[in-house]
Design a protein around this ligand. Sequence first.
Ligand code: NCD
Length: 321
Amino acid sequence: MSRTAQRHLLTIDDLGVEGVQRILRLTDSFVEVSERRIPKVPVLRGRTVAWLFYEDSTRTRLSFETAAKRLSADSMNFSVGSSAVNKGESLRDTVQTIEAMGVDAIVVRHKSAGAPKQITQWLDASVINAGDGWHAHPTQALLDCYTLRARLGGIDGRRIAIVGDIKHSRVARSNIAAFTALGAEVVLVAPPTLLPPSLVPFDVTVSHSIDEVIGEVDVVYLLRMQLERMHEALVPSLREYTATYGLTAARARRLGPDTVVMHPGPMNRGVEVAADVPQMPNAVVTDQVRNGVAVRMAVLFDLLATEADPVFGDDGEETDA
Ligand code: NCD
């Protein structure tokens, strides 16, 4: 029997406030496991997770792989670049081939919004969205909420500025959903060309001046210019963008001592963020990456562990629940 009714993780909205809070609570336990001498527990022994990354990834993929290993799950490595996808195999045939070999979950990253949801129609396995087009990246939002909660003690009532290329950002969409669900006020800071065509679905305010907001927010969340998704020139030049919207060294000096600086990576130092800013004590970029592993352990556990599974033995020793 499944621990929760949830079978897939596709968006933050599907998870709901309670689901987000459940994952954040579970993450506390997996942070503790990750700090052990042997950071491994047997809770997903015998389960298999497959990776299906149709888009490049460093952090998300490595952190899902590490999370699965720490839970003792087996994983099926699949590299789109060297697979039969290059011979014209469809997404449906690919996932059904993987499922036929026996998997409990498929972690998917795809350039098309909605691909993970489509896959749920074809399989019995759990599907986890590791980023679909501009649409959603729920585990990034969960790790950001966890990191912020750890740094600020809570998210409710905080003011968070998300700065940059919001139009093309699945991270922004999932973070708006998660931050507002947890009671934060979100302000989007971007030129009009880098905002989504409609802001109606979002409970946010907008500013076109980073200088007006940086002194007044608790968090500055920076986004990369996602040039690979742009089909036209949306800013006059990257230099101009840095001058008007970048977190330059001069702007960083104007941040309050407790204002948190975040970035999901990959960073383009010198464009949206000055080279030295990610090393400032205010910046939590490394914490985001570290917490990403524990958050993904929590997500895999939440979807795949059953009531009968043993929980959290010390140093990998199995305990009876
Ligand atoms: C992001 C992504 O792929 O959506 N990166 C990540 O997962 N940490 C952000 C980006 O590509 O800019």
